[in-house]
Each structure stands twice: as C-alpha cells, then as structure tokens.
Design a binder for this molecule. Sequence first.
Ligand SMILES: C[S@@+](CC[C@H](N)C(=O)[O-])C[C@H]1O[C@@H](n2cnc3c(N)ncnc32)[C@H](O)[C@@H]1O
Length: 251
Amino acid sequence: MEINALHKANNVLYLTTVQSQFSNMYIAVREKEQRLFTDEEISNLPYTSIQNVHAKEWKLRQKSTTRFTYYLETKQQPQIILDIGCGNGWFSKEMALVSKKNHIIGLDVNTEELEQASRIFKYSNLQFVYGNIFEIDSFSKQFDIITLNGSVQYFPDFKELFQTLQSFLKPKGEIHIIDSPFYASHKIIEAGNRTLDYYTTLGFPEMAANYHHHEIKYVSNFDVLYKYQRSIINKLLGKKDSPFSWFRYTK
Ligand SMILES: C[S@@+](CC[C@H](N)C(=O)[O-])C[C@H]1O[C@@H](n2cnc3c(N)ncnc32)[C@H](O)[C@@H]1O
C-alpha cells in the first residue's frame, strides 16, 4: 500500500503533525515505571532477563503473543496489518517474523519509542509511522488486520475509535484487542480512582486524564478467542496466563 507522509525522520514516516504533550508525559511515566528498555532488551522482547522488574508480566505476555502469532500463521493470504500503539515495536516485529509476505505498519504517537523501534527492527515488511488515526484519510479500507495490544486504554472514546478502525478495514478485515483491560459498568468509577491514585503516587497525577476505562459491553459484538479465567487450581499449579481476554471483531 502507498502511504502519504508529511516527512521521514530516522526511518519513521510522519503522517500527521507531531503533538508532543502526551508523548513527553508518557515517556516520563514509562521511565519512572522502569519500562524504558535498552535497544538490546527491546530486541529480545517479549523475552526478558529474570532481573527485569517486569519479568513476571512479560512471561504472561509471551503467552498472549504466541497465541496470536499461531493464529496469524493460519492465514492463507498475505496480510496487511496495522499495529496501533506499537510503542517500541516488539509486537509489530513478532508479527513481521511470522511471514515475509505479511506487511506490518506499527503506528504510534510517541516519537522516542517509534524511532527506537525503527532503529532496532529493520525488516523489509515492517514500517513504523507516527500518526493521529483520526486525521489519516489514506488508511480507508487498507487493512486485513488491525491490532491494539495494550493501547486501547489510551483512547478516550471507544465508539469513535471502533468506527475509525472499522473504516480502515478491508471487507472481512479483523480488529484484535490483546492484553487490554475492560470493565463491568459498575466498576468504572472504582477503576478510575485506582488509576488516579497510581499516577499520583508515581508523581504524575495528570497522566490519569490520558488513561481511559472502557466498559466490557463495547466489545460484546467481538469474538473472545482467549478468555481469562481466575482458577485456584491453575494458580496452585503455577499455570499463570494473561489476565486479559483476547477479542476479535470481523467486518
Ligand atoms: C502500554 S503501550 C503498549 C505498547 C505495545 N503495544 C506493547 O504491547 O507493549 C501503549 C502505547 O499506545 C500509544 N498511544 C497512546 N495514545 C495513542 C494514540 N492516540 N495513537 C497511537 N498510539 C497511541 C502510546 O504512545 C504507547 O506506545
């Protein structure tokens, strides 16, 4: 597919003008959370050393990733894939490795991690782009698959997001939401308070305004390809898995 870019810098295509306010705060938060990694650490994700403070979380993410890449392997035709909120690009890279015939576009609005991603992952079927999805016309009906891996919570309005993503899909195209929280309606306020407490303790209370809690009812028309089930037996057996369900919408 042809992508209309305003400019290219450090191998990242800039599709819309840069807004750095969110990006700067997001990176400062990630640094405090010890979630900014070296190039070498990123090149190994979702695998980390046991010293990594988030090693346990990454172990669970390895399971979600493997589930998804197995799924992608079952596709007979080459897939054009948009990975929204790709961050440092590790998940886009995992998809690019499934088949050279697939083409992956990793999109984000945080320039620092995008430029790091494009420095680390150099594959002919993988391109990193900066862009506000609500301002990109050229994505209309372009994609077989759109993934949101841990990024849906940064979009304030799920219905607006869904409508836009649906317009980006080819007929029978799919939206996949992985490793992302959804909440029962009566839990939304409580979750919002928890998020505010968390970011306040971290020293960035203003970040809470960028983290949104979506109701589970918004994905009621999605298939559930993996369902998180709290199980004492699995816990006792040490069989831990992602606490987030995997949702698929098919156009
Ligand atoms: C928690 S990270 C997830 C990164 C990666 N997908 C992963 O699974 O590790 C969320 C990402 O969403 C990005 N993001 C937030 N708002 C966005 C927006 N409006 N458009 C695109 N990306 C956005 C952030 O910059 C960040 O890189």
